[in-house]
Design a protein around this ligand. Structure first.
Ligand SMILES: Nc1ncnc2c1ncn2[C@@H]1O[C@H](COP(=O)(O)OP(=O)(O)OP(=O)(O)O)[C@@H](O)[C@H]1O
Length: 254
């Protein structure tokens, strides 16, 4: 298995952001981490990437324990955060070369890796343009190419389509799906947009820090009794989180 999250919980000073979250993703799987604003998606990403220390539970990536083998785990992860971190005044090539050097890739090796990843994202022709001149969708593709330079087995994307128009959103989503089928990269794609999810996709539905569903998009429909995923998503996330099969809390029962 690629990602194994076992009963993780996380609390900010006054707010529980994740409660007993567990799931497993297999190699090469595309998985949508779906949840409305405040569901806990970014908190999960912060734990997976060690921005925050685990408070409770365990995370394994490719069988490696995040707490006892953090360096090896980070080698397995490529990350695209919600906020872009490209330097707008450097070229695409320069941005990637800088990142490559952080991973110990220099000279010809770095140039080859950069060319390969830009090619894969259909951005090779733009290598010598300043990032500032690229549109939002192309900037995101550069960020994905950058995240893959060190050849991780897992790619985490936190709301990668924020600010993109529908066409660019669709193109980016397709590019990322291709990574799973072509290269067996495991993708965790966080979003609050149901139209980025296909019925057959693996979907983790997160709401108020709890995992409501860990099946497919279609399972959301079955769980809610709705025939469209958009309606299912709306229904399942409009009330305080209630875990299927468990008694409602006082707040839910009213
Ligand atoms: N630094 C923080 N301090 C206190 N509470 C926080 C902090 N960051 C997030 N939270 C709270 O934790 C919960 C989960 O937030 P999180 O950002 O992980 O959700 P999200 O699904 O990523 O939402 P969004 O799409 O809005 O980023 C929310 O209730 C949020 O208000």
């Amino acid at each position: 298995m690629s990602i194994e999250v076992d009963k993780i919980s996380f609390r900010y000073a006054r707010k529980t952001a994740l409660s007993e979250l567990s799931f497993i993703l297999e190699n090469g799987q595309f998985c949508a981490l779906l949840g409305p604003n405040g569901a806990g998606k970014s908190t999960l990403f912060a734990l997976l990437t060690r921005l925050y220390a685990l408070q409770q539970g365990n995370i394994h990536i490719q069988g490696l324990d995040l707490q006892t083998a953090p360096t090896q785990v980070m080698q397995q992860l490529g990350v695209v955060f919600q906020q872009s971190t490209l330097d707008l005044d450097l070229t695409v090539q320069q941005n990637l070369a800088y990142h490559a050097s952080l991973h110990g890739l220099c000279g010809a090796t770095a140039r080859v890796r950069i060319a390969q990843e830009l090619e894969r994202m259909a951005m090779k022709e733009r290598a010598h343009e300043k990032v500032r001149s690229l549109n939002g969708g192309h900037r995101r593709r550069v960020e994905i190419a950058r995240a893959l330079l060190h050849q991780p087995s897992v790619l985490l994307l936190d709301e990668p389509t924020t600010g993109l128009d529908p066409q660019a959103r669709k193109a980016l989503n397709l590019h990322v799906r291709q990574l799973c089928t072509d290269s067996m990269i495991t993708v965790l794609w966080a979003t609050h947009l149901i139209d980025e999810v296909l019925p057959e996709d693996r979907v983790l539905l997160l709401h108020q820090g709890r995992l409501l569903s860990s099946g497919t998009g279609l399972d959301l429909c079955n769980l809610s009794g709705q025939s469209h995923m958009a309606d299912a998503f709306e229904q399942l996330t409009q009330v305080p989180a209630q875990i299927p099969g468990q008694a409602p809390t006082k707040e839910q029962a009213v």
